[in-house]
Design a protein around this ligand. Structure first.
Ligand code: MIG
Length: 761
């Protein structure tokens, strides 16, 4: 079915409702840049958990002309053809996007869009392949992909049905709000068309106008939400293994880090800490005193994070199972028969996280863990995954009860993990209400960034996987998930010295920075391959800690506007054609560019530097952008550059963990161009007090002329009197400082700027 001829239309509130021959189309203006389109053959309601945006008061109007009904906002025109129905977006300044067809059949709901000349596509969440998705086709259906984890893997752990088109006239985004499995054909089947859709569920999508990539990501995260500020410890280096087998072993690893002077903030407890894989238990033989262990770890500056899987072991002597069964909390089939699947504990039941009372029950099960001081909860197998079906997903015929309505597992599957995270978070809010929550998740859906950090699951200790992690994480960042990372060193199979060196160099720039490996593989801690590897890893992990104030500020930015921390070049330089396809370099924020080595035996690599000037991090050499260089990259070095014009807040002294002592931040200024600015955010790094205004914002500006450099320092907001007392500025060139002004007043040439120490500032 197509929409056909328009028979009638009306306009009310934020909406234009068009009644076609066969289908009804509702066009709703959410903001002047965000338009929701809902196509339906009749009244039916689906609801989404991904969308948190409500339509906002916007100046807009709808008019009827001869051929079109035109809906316009201050920056967009939506042309709706009457005979037959057609749909087009334009901005009157060269942006134009045409919908070629809208289809609704019993088993297919889809939309096709014309691909613009020279268009590139990004986003789509956690996907294999290169950065630009043009010519690819992907399925969105959450599933374990241990065996399938290769360059060709399609459906993965998480689904984010959102993409960005970058082309002439500007960039836009489409978010398809459908929790059933969906597909995205980015010009693969029909070269000039993007087609996406689903077999079931609503044809409900959001068009997001840019015109820049940045604004598209901002719009998308306005729709699906942004991350909250993470606890700063979760930005430190973290070490994991499947599994550190005992309390003693965990403490030994912790001591090893301190002894060797390798900074580290957290250790992970993988499934073997449990008693026979029963969730919310500890094996008391191997972990006789978890609280004591957590306390001892704490004394050394470590946090502990424990894995919690959704599967509950079938065992009449196990409280969690008995309760869940008695209360009817587990997923059943259509006849109400409780489903069991095979996972680590043997026969296992799955909580129906669709139901609020089940989520609250799950939340309360966290009580002991959270009260004993675990610093974070790691959700795994939450696609959900079982081991006894061909594709490791739950079989057909199962149902969930979503706010009183029975829905097929196929409709809920992609948001199972989102709801598990919601339940975990509820527990957090209940038992640790003053602290920032840390949840790590494997599976997810659009909006997961509101609750959890995400890692990319079971990669392997392959060079190919080191390489693939770059575009995968870059696209996840563009898809709203700023807090993401891949297992450093690779999960499955054995790492080796060179691989761990190169992966650690790259990994210290992942927003989520954790080394993890599978049971049965060779050890992969930074010291596992001898002194040389250890020394290089130590140096790079320390580099991450030096960069932490900058990184933390990038997370602040992500919480404010959704911008990724780990950025593709196209995010900052979208008009530069050279940047459209680059997947093997990335930006950390807007000021640092890194070019990791991702093949063995390499000691140089080509690096493209975008327009402007760049300073080699290691040598200080200034390079002209807009061209390629061959950079030296011996094992000790990963090519790294700072954008001229950048101001970086860096840690002044090495620390062995984030909370070792109050941060001493020094601003490093790399002058370039005639001016630059940096806004610095500061708070306590762990509590929720920032929501009540307990933070500081400073603005540091410089202008550069023939006569020298003028610095201006201004306290833009001061709500956190415990902040840093004074800030030092280090100039990274030999220019002369002409004048420093603090809040507009002369400050001589002093390069110590007042923080909270000086009331006059
Ligand atoms: O593969 O809990 O992706 O990080 O170590 C078995 C054991 C299940 C999969 C996770 C991995 C974790 C492992 N889990």
């Amino acid at each position: 079915m197509r929409v056909g001829e328009l028979r009638a239309w009306e306009w009310k509130d934020h909406k234009v409702i068009l009644v076609g021959e066969h289908l009804q189309v509702e066009v709703e203006v959410f903001t002047e840049k965000i338009i929701n389109v809902y196509v339906t053959p009749g009244p039916q309601k689906f609801f989404s958990q991904a969308v948190v945006l409500n339509p906002r008061v916007t100046e807009w109007r709808a008019e009827e002309g001869e051929e079109y009904i035109i809906v316009s906002t201050p920056c967009l025109r939506i042309k709706l053809g009457k005979s037959p129905f057609s749909l087009e977006f334009e901005d009157g300044r060269g942006f134009r996007l045409k919908c070629r067809e809208v289809v609704w059949e019993e088993n297919l709901r889809s939309c096709s869009w014309e691909i613009r000349e020279g268009e590139h596509f990004y986003g789509l969440g956690e996907k294999t392949g290169f950065l630009d998705k043009r010519g690819k086709r992907y399925i969105m259906r959450n599933q374990d992909c241990y065996d399938a984890y290769t360059e060709g893997a399609d459906a993965m752990y998480a689904s984010i049905p959102f993409y960005i088109g970058v082309g002439p006239g500007g960039s836009y985004g489409i978010y398809l709000d459908n929790t059933f499995p969906t597909f995205f054909d980015m010009g693969k089947t029909r070269e000039h068309l993007v087609t996406w859709g689903a077999e079931k569920g609503p044809l409900n999508f959001f068009f997001i106008y840019g015109p820049s990539v940045k604004e598209v990501v901002q719009g998308y995260t306005e729709i699906t939400g942004r991350m909250e500020l993470p606890p700063v410890w979760s930005l430190g280096y973290q070490q994991s293994r499947y599994s550190y087998s005992s309390q003693e072993r965990v403490l030994e690893v912790a001591r090893e880090f301190r002894k060797r002077g390798i900074p580290c903030d957290a250790l992970y407890l993988d499934i073997d800490y449990m008693d026979g894989f029963r969730v919310f238990t500890f094996d008391r033989k191997r972990f006789p005193d978890p609280s004591g262990m957590i306390r001892q770890l704490g004394e050394m500056g470590f946090k502990a994070v424990a894995i919690v899987d959704p599967g509950v072991k079938v065992d009449g002597n196990y409280r969690v199972f008995r309760e869940g069964l008695a209360k009817g909390y587990f997923i059943t089939d259509e006849n109400g028969l409780v489903y069991t699947g095979e996972v680590w504990p043997g026969r296992t039941c799955f909580p129906d996280f669709a139901r609020a009372e089940v989520r609250s029950w799950w939340a309360e099960l966290h009580r002991e863990f959270l009260e004993m001081g675990l610093a974070g909860i790691w959700n795994d197998m939450n696609e959900p995954t079982v081991l006894d079906t061909a594709d490791r997903t739950l079989p057909p015929g199962l149902v969930h009860n979503r706010e009183g309505r029975w829905v097929a597992h196929e409709e809920f599957r992609n948001i199972y993990a989102l709801n598990m995270a919601l339940a975990t978070r509820e527990g957090w809010l209940k038992y640790r209400p003053q602290e920032r929550c840390f949840i790590l998740t494997r599976s997810g859906f659009a909006g997961i960034q509101r609750y959890a950090a995400m890692w990319t699951g079971d990669n392997r200790s392959y060079w190919e996987h080191l390489k693939m992690s770059i575009p995968m994480l870059l696209n996840m960042g563009l898809s709203g998930v700023a807090f993401c990372g891949a297992d450093i060193g690779g999960f499955a199979e054995d790492a080796n010295e060179e691989l761990l060196i190169r992966w650690t160099q790259l990994g210290v720039f992942y927003p989520f920075c954790r080394n993890h490996t599978e049971v049965g593989t060779v050890d992969q801690e930074p010291w596992a391959f001898g002194a040389r590897c250890e020394e290089i890893c130590r140096r790079f992990i320390r580099l991450r800690y030096t960069l932490l104030p900058y990184i933390y500020n990038l997370f602040y930015e992500a919480s404010q506007n959704g911008a990724p921390v780990f950025r593709p070049l196209v995010f900052e330089y979208e008009s530069d054609e050279n940047c459209h396809g680059i997947f093997d370099e990335f930006l950390l924020g807007s000021s640092i560019l890194a070019a990791p080595v991702y093949e063995p035996g390499r000691s140089v690599r080509a690096v493209y530097l975008p327009e402007g000037k760049w300073m080699d991090w290691w040598s200080g050499e200034v390079l002209e952008g807009g061209k390629y260089y061959l950079a030296e990259a011996p094992w000790e070095r990963m090519p790294l550059f700072v954008r001229a014009g950048a101001i970086l807040p860096l840690m002044s002294r090495p620390v062995s963990y984030t909370e070792e002592r109050p941060w001493e931040v020094v601003f490093h200024l790399f002058p370039g161009g005639s001016e630059g600015e940096y806004v610095f955010y500061e708070d306590d790094g762990c509590s929720l007090d920032y929501r009540k205004g307990r933070y500081n914002l400073y603005r540091l500006r410089y202008s550069l002329s023939g006569e020298g450099l003028i610095l201006e320092w201004e306290k833009a907001y001061g709500g956190f009197p415990e902040g840093q007392k004074e800030f030092e500025v280090v100039l990274k060139n030999d220019g002369e400082v002409r004048e420093v002004r603090v809040n507009g007043r002369p400050w001589g040439r002093r390069l110590k700027l007042p923080g909270t120490g000086d009331a006059s500032a």
